[in-house]
Design a protein. Structure first.
Length: 341
């Protein structure tokens, strides 16, 4: 069993903690929080050992009736691997602690790529992280793009990718984020940071990305154009994607025309927190004109990186190969949508 600690128990951290706790070959040894808010109470209610991320604030937990197992240093010492789910920039500050304890660490996509030995996507470059001391699970959008680019490149070759990303302004709980009533180029310069981030997974890929930010909270939406080296038809691409368990092709008959209905579908399907760990690709949108493939996909920014974090744990520890890890992760979490079955 691999002992795993999760430093940061917010949007991503609480989901990673639940996913780790569900794995047959991992033990969640605890989670670290900076303050005793409702998420800390949730962790305690679930029986997750709770650690103070900031030692000077430990007394605040007792004031709220929350028992601590120790400080974050103790959590790192207890863990075989730490998954850092702290806000962007904090992970890099924590790196010295993990290195001092000689504890392998996994960081999130909000950190710069040089924080870790390798940027990671389970479908695209799992083997590069095997035995590494640290890995950075790339952002939700880069994860979503990597999941479609890897099989496309393997099957047909990719000459160039062009992606416009329409991004949610903030997660549902990020009440201070915006825009409130606006549509913003984000950034106004080209490319957006997503293309260079994809290149940390596919160094030789020619990709251009443009970003826009809108007043929504539910999901990101991508307009994707990939120029392929060969020219499959649309049905062949659909068949290729059907073999990818982390891709969900939304059937036309589902009457799911946007992210609102996608989230409703996830809740109706019994998904925890209404999570969609899979890319959601509108099947009807898959179109091929000559060598050019077009499609629309939606990415749930709160959850699509969660199975990748679990796979990264096995990669760093060498506990399983890529196929075995993905299968184990998906079986334990319930990843994969067989619509209508």
């Amino acid at each position: 069993m691999t002992n795993v600690g999760v430093n940061g128990y917010g949007t991503i951290g609480k989901r990673v903690a639940d996913a780790v706790a569900a794995q047959p070959d991992m033990t969640l040894v605890g989670v670290a929080k900076t303050r005793p808010n409702f998420e800390a109470e949730t962790a305690a209610r679930k029986g997750y050992p709770l650690y103070a991320a900031v030692a000077d604030r430990a007394d605040r937990f007792a004031e709220e009736g929350l028992e601590l197992a120790g400080a974050v240093d103790d959590l790192v010492a207890e863990a075989d691997v730490v998954v850092d789910c702290t806000p962007s920039g904090i992970g890099a500050e924590n790196a010295a602690l993990y290195e001092e304890r000689d504890t392998p660490a996994i960081y999130q996509g909000g950190e710069d790529a040089d924080v870790a030995d390798v940027s990671f996507n389970a479908r695209a470059n799992y083997t590069e992280a095997v035995g590494a001391d640290s890995a950075r699970v790339v952002s939700c959008n880069t994860t979503g793009l990597s999941r479609i680019l890897a099989p496309l490149d393997e099957a047909y070759g990719v000459e160039k990718a062009r992606v416009t990303l329409v991004r949610r302004g903030g997660d549902p709980g990020q009440t201070g984020r915006g825009p409130i009533d606006d549509i913003l180029p984000d950034p106004v310069t080209i490319p957006s940071h997503h293309g260079p981030d994809v290149n940390t997974i596919f160094p030789d890929l020619d990709i251009d990305t443009l970003g826009m930010k809108v007043p929504a909270t539910l999901m990101h939406t991508h307009s994707v154009n990939v120029t392929l080296e060969s020219s499959p038809n649309a049905d062949e691409v659909r068949d290729l994607f059907a073999d990818e368990t982390r891709l969900f092709q939304i059937p036309a008959g589902a009457d799911i025309d946007g992210s609102g209905k996608l989230k409703e579908f996830a809740h109706d399907a019994g998904r925890p927190r209404g999570d969609l760990w899979e890319n959601c690709i509108w099947e009807e949108s898959i179109t091929v004109e000559g060598h050019d493939l077009y499609l629309f996909q939606a990415i749930h920014q709160e959850s699509d990186v969660v199975p990748e974090n679990v796979d990264a744990i096995r990669a760093l520890t060498g506990a399983a190969d890529a196929a075995e890890s993905r299968t184990t992760t998906e079986d334990a979490m319930g990843v994969g949508i067989d619509y209508g079955r």
